[in-house]
Design a protein around this ligand. Structure first.
Ligand code: HSE
Length: 420
């Protein structure tokens, strides 16, 4: 019999305990051994958790319990779970974690500490979708050319409801929290940080890139307006928050941001809490993985898949390689990213304004692909909406600074990147 201890019995932890009990027969058949949840740790013992396992508020009751074979870490945070996971590994216990923030900051140290002890993390990225297994194992014959996807269920749930149903930002965020999709601090979701953690995990498996969230381009969905949504619809785009990892020469671009993508692409049709990740390998070509990116049972399904794998003895290095992959490819500086852009400006509605805007863009080598002018709420002003051909991020940033200094431009300039 294999005994599990759960650090953090919140939405996902409770689902893990309940699924291990409810689906015990099928899980035993697949793993080859009986697996039971023995105990769990919570911060507040007074709160009802809906589980029948023994609960404690001392993590060492799990980590130092000689009867526990596998520690499941679902606490969230970075340094406290790092210390506990380290201790569990040092105690010889296998660990399963869903904690993407922990891995975004400490994955390479944890790989060292774990050595041959299993440390698995399928639930850390894209909830119930087995994307870690696909990259670590399924695609191991391939050089990975790109990874692109919807990696945050909360953002996708919010964007879908805001765009399709006209839902209000604050209301739909609250709903995502009530449904158990959002992080304890939802700015991690809407600010793009949660997706950046997941992207870094995938980029480590695919490319051996040892970057931290601070090193990469991260933007949230907070500034999208109905004007942007209407423009996107009119020009055949859908707006999605994407995580993108792309091999460009000897570099790898890593970025998370709201993105305009063609409305007829497969990923544009991924709605609600669903996540989808497209991986292009040099031999397999394009592959796509789709499923629920958040929620108790969906995430617990991924946690239990790791437990079953460990019990079966399916191991291997944590990140899917021992040596070699980390050499060669470097993180591409943010300024060198090349893509197409959408711009929204509020300008004075008078003669010569368009010319000064387009000539400013021209000075930075930026060529316009499409343009639309819309009346603004005040009579003397207009909204100008552009899409550009490809240019460098540094050129776009400099052009935006120059545009912002023109007398005829009022307020913030909004920008969104376009991927085709
Ligand atoms: N808050 C996360 C999301 C949960 O919305 O995707 C899964 O990591």
């Amino acid at each position: 019999m294999v005994k599990i201890g759960i650090l953090g019995v919140g939405t996902v932890g409770a689902s893990v305990a309940n699924i291990l009990e409810a689906n015990a027969d099928i899980i035993e058949a697949r793993a080859g051994k009986k697996i039971i949840a023995k105990s769990g740790v919570v911060k507040n013992l007074g709160k009802e958790r809906g589980v029948s396992i023994k609960l404690s508020d001392n993590p060492l009751d799990v980590v130092d319990d000689p009867e526990i074979d596998i520690v499941v870490e679902l606490m969230g945070g970075v340094e406290e779970p790092y210390a506990l996971v380290k201790k569990a590994l040092e105690n010889g216990k296998a660990v399963v974690t869903a904690n993407k923030a922990l891995l975004a900051y400490h994955r390479y140290e944890l790989q060292e500490i774990a050595g041959d002890i299993p440390l698995m993390y399928e639930a850390s990225t894209a909830g119930g979708i087995p994307i870690i297994g696909a990259l670590r194992t399924g695609l191991s014959a391939n050089h990975i050319e790109s990874i692109q996807g919807i990696m945050n269920g909360t953002c996708n749930y919010m964007l879908t409801n805001m765009i399709n149903n006209g839902a209000k930002y604050e209301e739909i965020l609250k709903e995502s929290q009530e449904l158990g999709y959002a992080e304890a601090d939802p700015t991690f979701d809407v600010g793009g940080f949660d997706a950046s953690h997941k992207l870094l995990i995938l980029a480590s498996i695919a490319y051996g890139i040892d970057a931290k969230p601070e090193d990469i381009l991260i933007e949230g969905i907070e500034n999208i307006t109905s004007t942007d949504v209407d423009f996107a619809k009119e020009f055949g785009y859908e707006i999605k928050s994407l995580g993108i990892a792309k091999k460009v020469g000897n570099g790898v671009e890593l970025r998370v941001h709201a993105t305009m993508i063609p409305a007829d692409s497969m990923i544009a049709k991924v709605d609600g809490v669903m996540n989808a990740v497209t991986v292009v390998g040099d031999r397999v070509g394009e592959t796509m993985y789709y499923g629920p990116g958040a929620g108790g049972d969906a995430t617990a399904s991924a946690v239990i898949s790791d437990i079953v794998d460990i019990v079966r003895g399916n191991q291997g290095p944590m990140l899917g390689y021992k040596k070699g992959l980390e050499s060669g490819l470097k993180l591409l500086p943010k300024e060198d990213i090349v893509t197409q852009y959408y711009l929204r400006l509020e300008v004075a509605d008078e003669s010569g304004v368009l010319a000064s805007i387009t000539s400013t863009l021209g000075k930075f080598g930026i060529s316009i692909e499409a343009m639309l002018q819309k009346p603004s709420s005040t009579e003397e002003r207009a909204k100008l909406l552009f899409t550009t051909h490809k240019c460098k991020e540094s050129e776009m940033q400099e052009a935006m600074t120059a545009l912002g200094k023109l007398d005829v431009v009022h307020g913030e300039i909004a920008m969104m990147r376009i991927e085709k």
